[in-house]
Write a protein that binds this ligand. Structure first.
Ligand SMILES: [Zn+2]
Length: 216
C-alpha cells in the first residue's frame, strides 16, 4: 500500500510512518511529496496543490495529513466545519480545503481512489511520542488546563522531556522520534489512542476505514 505523508517536518513524517504501519497492520511504501510544507500555514496553503499532484502524478492509495494543534481549538467529532465558530479549528479548516480540492479532480490515471486521513497532534507532535513515558501528557491534561486559562505544559517543556534538550539537532530529533514511534507501534498504539482520543483517534479511525489494495 502506497501512502503520501504530509506533516510539519521530514522527521515527523519518518516517525508517523511507523504509526500508520501499526494501525494498518502492514508496512506502507511512502510516496515522497515534493512540494515544501514545513509549518501549519504552509501545509494548509499547499495542500490544494499537493492533492492533485499526489492524485495524478503518483499511484498513492492514501494521503495522511497530520498537523500540530498549537493553541487552536481541539477538533471534536461533533464539529460542523461549516459553522463560523469552528473556523479556527485546523481539522475543520483542512476538511474544507480538502473537499474543495477533491471536487476539482477528474478521473485518475490509476484505477484506485485516493483515500485521505487527518490527524491533529495536541498541542504538538512531541506529545504523542511521550505516550508511555509521561502519563501527565494527554489531550485531557491539555484541554482541562486551557479551560482554566492556563497551560498544562508548553512546547519547550515537551521537547525537554522528549529530547533531553529544548534545542535538539535534526539528527537527534529524528532518531528520538523514530525510536519513540517504533516503541508505540510495537505495543502502545492503544495507549496512544486512549491518551489522544480526539487528534490521534481521528487519524486511527480513518485509517481503519481505508480499503487496503490486495497486493500490499
Ligand atoms: Zn473541528
Amino acid at each position: 500500500m502506497k501512502v503520501a505523508i504530509v506533516s510539519e517536518s521530514p522527521a515527523d513524517e519518518a516517525a508517523l510512518r511507523r504509526l500508520i504501519d501499526g494501525v494498518l497492520g502492514l508496512a506502507v511504501d511512502v510516496i515522497p511529496v515534493a512540494i515544501r510544507h514545513d509549518s501549519w500555514p504552509k501545509v494548509r496553503n499547499v495542500l490544494p496543490s499537493i492533492i492533485p499532484a499526489v492524485y495524478y502524478q503518483t499511484d498513492a492509495d492514501g494521503l495522511v495529513v497530520v498537523v500540530d494543534c498549537d493553541d487552536s481549538p481541539v477538533h471534536e467529532p461533533q464539529h460542523d466545519p461549516h459553522l463560523p465558530e469552528n473556523a479556527r479549528c485546523r481539522i475543520c479548516d483542512l476538511l474544507h480545503v480538502i473537499a474543495r480540492a477533491m471536487q476539482r479532480l477528474k478521473p485518475r490515471p490509476v484505477p484506485r481512489p485516493l483515500q485521505v486521513a487527518l490527524g491533529l497532534a495536541v498541542p504538538a507532535i512531541e506529545a504523542w511520542w511521550l505516550a508511555g513515558v509521561r502519563h501527565d501528557v494527554s489531550e485531557a491534561s491539555w484541554i482541562n488546563a486551557r479551560r482554566q486559562g492556563t497551560f498544562a505544559y508548553l512546547r519547550p517543556q515537551l521537547k525537554e522531556w522528549l529530547y533531553g534538550t529544548e534545542r535538539p539537532t535534526l539528527e537527534h530529533e529524528t532518531a528520538t522520534m523514530i525510536r519513540a514511534a517504533e516503541r508505540i507501534q510495537r505495543g502502545q498504539l492503544l495507549l496512544l489512542e486512549q491518551l489522544f482520543p480526539l487528534g490521534f483517534g481521528l487519524l486511527a479511525s480513518q485509517l481503519r476505514g481505508w480499503t487496503v489494495p490486495e497486493e500490499g
